[in-house]
Design a protein around this ligand. Structure first.
Ligand code: ADP
Length: 489
């Protein structure tokens, strides 16, 4: 007889219901990938994974057809806020959606009003715990993601001694982006009477911030790549929590994110002109011709096409790209940057377009269809991130035979194999987040691309790597299994 292993996976966004960034990709894919694990991996366990996200007004719930299953009361100081729980299914994945005034009143998933977001996610986290208390399905594992839901772990932990239904629940928080700790939400926590963390290993300032509170309370912390888990122990990446991470090393690990290889497959991609695989790489040429033409780049098809598709944010080093391109002006290349975000960076991109007319194009918008076309057309992907917990773009680029030139940090280190003069890898890595370091590697890649058999080998290496969720989902299952077996000892 198999024993069931029940996991409640909570997040602020999950594709295809609602997606803002990389977290939405993960929360959309990982629960399903866990359910798809073969019995050779899950052995004596029957995994029962369920997803729980806020029922934002903007959610695309059509595919779910949700039914209301519960009314709940969430304690807010001395009064209560009411919550409604809906349930539906995405394929074979049960999904809970939680509705309530703090969620209804916000048009977007995240806002610039940190207090409002604090109230929204405090309410959601507490409502998810009420669902566990009142519903007839109890998880063995509560798996939270980032600051928005880390609070649920903190609150579960603080009630575990008194609340019977919480006693045997183990907790995991996956860390997608450490610098976003939930600053500005303190007033909302006071309003909901959420007690601060009492952990002496946390610096004082961190004891009232949702993410550190959850990290401290969780049984396990998972960073989204093994290398990022190591970097968290250092002053450069630890955001002043490095001492806390060092003291908690035994509960910290890293599991790389997978890629949704159904959506991101150049052989079946519906957005691109010419489908191709690693055996028919010449198909990329047609896509390149189309992209150059549509975006008024006037250089020859032979001039390597460099791209970046990213939030325009300090983290991503967009400024580094612009300066590096200036430094390599005398070489043969053309480039397209697609992205939106920080207005200063958007402006700086537009300024470079004026410096390099017909050679550099800045497309300031969010355009998924265009992103597919660019990955399929381009030769080189520029990714000089200042930090990169995992990174998705480099995985997509490699799957499309578009070779990353990236900083050797976080998940980029774990997913890109360095190319040496006589040894083709899957990309090019450099150490420092500076225009000089990126420019130097770009020049090396522009030289390597002239050697066609060598470059084709790099492309084939990149395209043949398995970036699917299978391996990572198995690693998460293993963690769940360890926690459940520890609990049952
Ligand atoms: P992030 O830190 O933003 O999550 P990732 O590299 O992990 O960075 O994931 C970024 C994802 O968002 C990729 O799928 C990338 O193609 C997509 N993306 C970023 N900016 C844009 C844009 N302007 N238009 C379309 N897709 C974009």
């Amino acid at each position: 007889m198999k024993s069931s292993l029940r996991v409640l996976f909570i997040a602020s966004e999950a594709e295809p219901l609602v997606k803002v960034g990389g977290l939405g990709d993960v929360a959309g894919a990982l629960p399903q990938a866990l359910l798809d694990l073969p019995t050779t991996t899950t052995g004596n366990y029957k995994l029962d994974v369920r997803l729980c996200i806020p029922f934002y007004p903007c959610i695309n719930a059509e595919a779910l057809n949700p039914n209301k299953i519960l009314n709940l009361k969430v304690k807010k100081g001395s009064s209560y806020e009411s919550a409604e729980v809906f349930q539906g299914e995405l394929g074979n994945l049960p999904v809970y959606l939680i509705k309530g005034p703090p969620i209804n009143s916000s048009g977007n998933v995240y806002s610039l009003d940190t207090r409002m977001d604090g109230e929204k996610f405090a309410f959601f986290s507490l409502a998810a715990l009420e669902l566990i208390k009142s519903g007839d399905w109890k998880p063995d594992i509560l798996h939270a993601n980032d600051w928005h839901t880390a609070l649920a772990i903190h609150c579960l932990h603080s009630q575990q001694k008194v609340e019977k239904s919480f006693k045997k629940i183990s907790t995991i928080v996956t860390l997608h982006n450490l610098p976003f700790m939930g600053a500005g939400t303190e007033a909302a926590l006071v309003e909901y009477k959420i007690p601060p963390s009492l952990d002496p290993n946390l610096p004082k300032w961190a004891r009232t911030l949702p993410l550190p509170m959850g990290l401290s309370a969780a049984d396990r912390i998972v960073a989204v790549s093994p290398n990022y888990a190591k970097e968290l122990l250092t002053a450069e990446f630890g955001n002043d929590l490095q001492s806390f991470f060092k003291l908690n090393q035994e509960k910290l690990s890293g599991i790389i994110n997978g890629l949704d290889t159904k959506t991101w497959n150049p052989f079946s991609d519906k957005y691109i002109l010419q489908n191709y695989n690693f055996m028919t790489l010449e198909g990329k040429k047609l896509n390149k011709v189309q992209v150059l033409k549509s975006h008024h780049l006037t250089g020859s098809i032979k001039a390597p096409l460099l791209i970046s598709i990213s939030r325009m944010d300090q983290q991503k080093g967009i400024d580094i790209i612009l300066d590096a391109l200036r430094k390599i002006a005398k070489y043969r290349w053309q480039a397209i940057v697609l992205g939106s975000g920080n207005p200063k960076l958007e402006k700086a991109n537009k300024a470079l377009e004026k410096e390099f007319p017909g050679r550099f194009r800045a497309i300031v918008k969010y355009d998924p269809a265009l992103s597919h076309q660019l990955y399929s057309a381009a030769d080189i992907y520029m990714m000089p991130s200042r930090y990169e917990p995992c990174g998705l773009s480099q995985l997509i680029a490699m799957n499309y035979g578009c070779i990353p030139v990236a900083r050797n940090t976080g998940g980029l280190h774990d997913t890109i194999r360095q190319t040496y003069p006589n040894r083709p890898g899957t990309g090019f890595l450099f150490q420092k987040a500076t225009p000089d370091a990126l420019a130097e590697k770009l020049v090396e890649s522009l030289s390597a691309i002239k050697n066609k058999p060598f470059w084709t080998r790099i492309q084939k290496n990149a395209m043949q790597k398995d970036f699917s969720w299978k391996v990572s989902a198995a690693a998460y299952f293993d963690l769940y299994r360890q926690l459940v077996e520890k609990e049952n000892l």
